[in-house]
Design a binder for this molecule. Structure first.
Ligand SMILES: Cc1cc2nc3c(=O)[nH]c(=O)nc-3n(C[C@H](O)[C@H](O)[C@H](O)COP(=O)(O)OP(=O)(O)OC[C@H]3O[C@@H](n4cnc5c(N)ncnc54)[C@H](O)[C@@H]3O)c2cc1C
Length: 388
């Protein structure tokens, strides 16, 4: 009888791993079990629907648990990763400053290619919610809400908790805790940062800025990019990258520099409002006038000029809280990596492996998270190839 491998969770980590394994070991019976009737729901949203599938180049400093990530990337170097994607039917190109994307710039197309490949290879897809599993004498028994199943090997790839409407709601973390695994606290990451100041009048304003996260006087992280204001929060990729370094229990300030050493010299015979309008968007100009208590028709003198330049190069906001999981791109925390070996298999339970975002590994925006999740699936498939 054929040996069986089941992947719980139909995300990119699972599908890529299942395809690679089946291509090389057609004798194995491979299953993917997902609660959704549509696989790869989260992948379809990535990169604003364009799928930022890899960064411009590897940079382990963009992740936590960097030694673990480095070993994975040593095993699957960047060029090999891109080659593997091409073999799967995902041809990529660089979008300058952002990273690698499929040439089609379509995340739904990537999903369709991977799902069709699974079906063509005879990988069986089961739509069911898995609530628990039990290690039997020879087989792993899996409890689904529709049926119970048994497999020789179980790969758990149920993701984190971000955007729970995609199916990654985090129930598996509770199951794993019952199995004795250490789950590190789950925190939304790569999300907008709510601030204590009233920024409602700035809603919708966007502008290039340098943003810096401080804890007291200590600089934690600095980024440049397009800042966007929400009615109660700061957002944009640069802000999301700062969110990764925030412990919600601590106190932080965020400094925003809209001028970034631009040559903003003083101009004669101009009002403060006109001067501000030459530098920033209308609503931000009004906000600055209000904060600095400058009257509409005040002429730009040296004192106002200095106050405006100083303010726009160091606007300070106070951290209130992180937006929740429903607005986060990834989950910080998860299954402690001490619970697995370098081949992504449990050190506690026989015939159990973990890949993807369920693990306590997360990266910054820019393709780092898919690079990790997909590579973990690739490495696991090469291990299962010989193990099964
Ligand atoms: C809006 C958004 C944009 C993003 N953009 C990017 C980007 O451009 N680049 C990048 O690198 N990363 C991006 N990410 C992050 C990236 O999508 C994830 O890191 C990646 O999808 C994780 O893959 P995974 O296979 O581990 O888990 P997931 O993709 O989360 O898949 C897990 C699957 O498991 C299923 N599941 C969960 N629990 C159960 C259960 N108990 N039983 C059965 N099935 C279950 C879920 O339904 C889901 O289909 C983005 C994320 C979001 C939310």
């Amino acid at each position: 009888m054929s040996k069986t491998v089941a992947f719980i969770g139909g995300g990119p980590a699972s599908l890529v791993s299942a395809i690679k394994l089946k291509e090389l070991r057609n004798d194995l019976d491979i299953f993917i079990i997902d609660r959704n009737e549509q696989l790869l729901k989260k992948l379809r949203m990535t990169g604003n629907g364009k799928c930022n599938i890899a960064p411009i180049k590897d940079d382990v400093s963009k992740y936590n648990n960097q030694n673990f990530v480095k070993k994975l990337f040593d095993a699957i170097p960047f060029d090999e990763y891109l080659r593997e994607l091409a073999e799967l039917g995902i041809l990529t190109k660089i979008i300058k400053d952002y990273g690698y994307y499929p040439i089609s710039e379509s995340a739904p197309n990537v999903a369709e290619i991977l799902i069709n490949k699974c079906k063509r290879l005879g990988i069986k897809i089961i739509y069911d919610f898995v609530s628990d599993y039990k290690i039997g004498k020879d087989l792993v028994k899996v409890r689904g809400s529709k049926e119970n199943y048994s497999f020789d090997h179980l790969v758990i790839a149920t993701g984190g908790k971000s955007h729970p409407e995609t199916g990654s709601k985090g129930e598996m973390f509770l199951t794993l805790e019952k199995h004795g695994y250490k789950i590190n606290p789950l925190v939304p990451s790569l999300c907008p940062i709510k601030v204590k100041e009233d920024v409602s009048s700035l809603f919708g304003v966007r502008g290039d800025a340098k943003v810096s996260l401080y804890q007291g006087n200590k600089l934690i992280k600095e980024e440049e990019g397009e800042l966007q204001f929400k009615s109660d929060a700061l957002s944009g990729i640069c802000i999301m990258n700062l969110s990764k370094y925030i412990n919600p229990m601590e106190i932080y300030t965020i400094k925003v520099d809209f001028l970034m050493n631009k040559n903003v010299k003083k101009i004669d015979d101009i009002t403060c409002k006109e001067y501000l309008l030459s530098l920033v968007k209308d609503n931000l100009a009004k906000y600055v006038m209000k904060e600095l208590k400058i009257k509409e028709d005040s002429l730009l003198d040296s004192s106002n000029y200095e106050r405006i330049v100083k303010y726009l190069s160091s606007m300070t906001f106070t951290f209130d809280s992180l937006y929740g999981f429903k607005d986060a791109q990834v989950t910080r925390g998860g299954l402690d990596i001490k619970e697995i070996d370098e081949k992504f298999s449990s050190i506690k339970e026989e015939n159990i492996s973990f890949i993807g975002e369920i693990l306590d590994i997360d990266g910054e925006c820019g393709g780092y998270n898919l690079r990790f999740s997909i590579s973990s699936g690739l490495l696991l498939s090469s291990y299962l190839l010989t193990k099964m």
